[in-house]
Design a protein around this ligand. Structure first.
Ligand code: PMV
Length: 337
């Protein structure tokens, strides 16, 4: 019998975006970010120690080796963790996502968070987060390890609303839960727009941010926007939070569109959708606001609005939607194989 560790971590949607880094090696972001951890859009990862010369990794049932272009960062992350903490054993890892692959939902946040938890639990034989903490790996430390795999993954180590503070130095960064999920049950309805053009990887695109003339003013304005967002969150005030979400997303995309090379993540379909969405809101059909990450999908943030859902069904009957809401954060359990 082999002990097997099962971790699940949900994706998160950034309200105030992490875009651009002060230091790419130390994974030091240019500004503080704020996100909502989701519930169902999750990665589930199992890990166990195996007697082999290398780690093995399966994604949705398919074995992928170290040289796979999209998954080499999984191996790189495992190598980093093993080297840093002197773990000699090799791991067998299997991961899958609850959301359709190729739907344009970024899986690096949930994927790298679940991978970090499952791998660290296997290496330290920890059956729970309490066990991990006893062995010196607190939730915040796991968040920092996850962010080294993919920046936004750090925020998926906590449920509810999470802040990643850049701090005055790379090693003064903090990742902390600001409000638990039950503070405000916000929903995220994701409208999926396909994207045939191959996007630049976010790792490379983060580096391009400095080439946009809009980037420095963006960083300068981030603290003020953060305070306003935190105030709106505290007051559970959607009419205050919503416009901030939209300005923030559009500003990040304005930076992306003005870098060298420019990067357009938002598709024509999505632009048309946004125009109709804004018009309908102005007409008072619903109260909901959009945000967009480094991809073509539109995330619609709302307070479980039935009016929004019926407007979507009426006006975009063929549009693929995923309905999710704020979640409680990752889970970990141990079983026998
Ligand atoms: O974690 P990365 O390197 O994939 O960057 C994520 C960047 C955004 O999703 C666009 C914003 C964010 O804060 O999650």
């Amino acid at each position: 019998m082999t002990e097997i560790y099962r971790a699940s971590a949900s994706s998160n949607i950034a309200f105030l975006k992490y875009w651009g880094k002060k230091d790419p090696v130390l994974q030091w972001p240019a500004n503080d970010s704020l996100s909502m951890t989701l519930n169902q859009l999750a990665s589930r990862t199992t890990a166990f120690v195996h007697d082999a010369d290398d780690h093995s990794f399966q994604f949705q049932g398919e074995a992928l080796d170290r040289h796979h272009p999209s998954f080499s960062k999984v191996y790189k992350h495992l190598d980093y963790l093993a080297k840093t903490f002197h773990f000699d054993q090799k791991l067998s890892i299997a991961s899958s996502n609850s959301f359709p692959t190729g739907a344009g939902i970024a899986s690096s946040a949930s994927g790298l968070a679940a991978l970090t938890i499952a791998a660290m639990a296997s290496w330290t034989s920890s059956a729970s987060f309490e066990d991990l903490e006893e062995k010196g790996f607190s939730r915040e430390q796991l968040a920092h390890l996850s962010r080294l795999g993919s920046g936004s993954a750090g925020r998926s180590l906590f449920g509810g609303y999470v802040q990643w503070q850049a701090g005055s130095h790379a090693d003064k960064q903090k990742i902390l839960p600001v409000y638990a999920a039950d503070h405000w049950k916000l929903c995220d309805t994701v409208a999926l727009f396909s994207h045939s053009e191959k996007s630049r990887s976010s790792t490379v695109a983060h580096g391009d941010a400095w080439t946009s003339i809009l980037f420095r003013p963006r960083i300068a304005g981030a603290p003020e926007r953060m305070s306003a967002m935190l105030k709106a969150l505290e007051a559970r005030d959607l009419s205050a939070l919503g416009p901030l979400l939209e300005t923030e997303a559009l500003e990040m995309h304005a930076v992306m569109m003005t870098t060298r090379p420019p990067q357009f993540y938002i598709t024509e379909d999505a632009v048309e959708f946004l125009a109709a969405f804004r018009r309908a809101r102005q007409e008072g059909r619903f109260e909901a606001y959009f945000t967009i990450d480094a991809g073509p999908n539109i995330h619609i943030i709302h307070e479980s609005s039935a009016e929004l859902v019926s407007w979507l069904q009426e006006n975009f009957p063929t549009l693929q939607l995923l309905h999710d809401r704020v979640g409680d954060g990752p889970s970990l359990e141990r079983g026998l194989n």
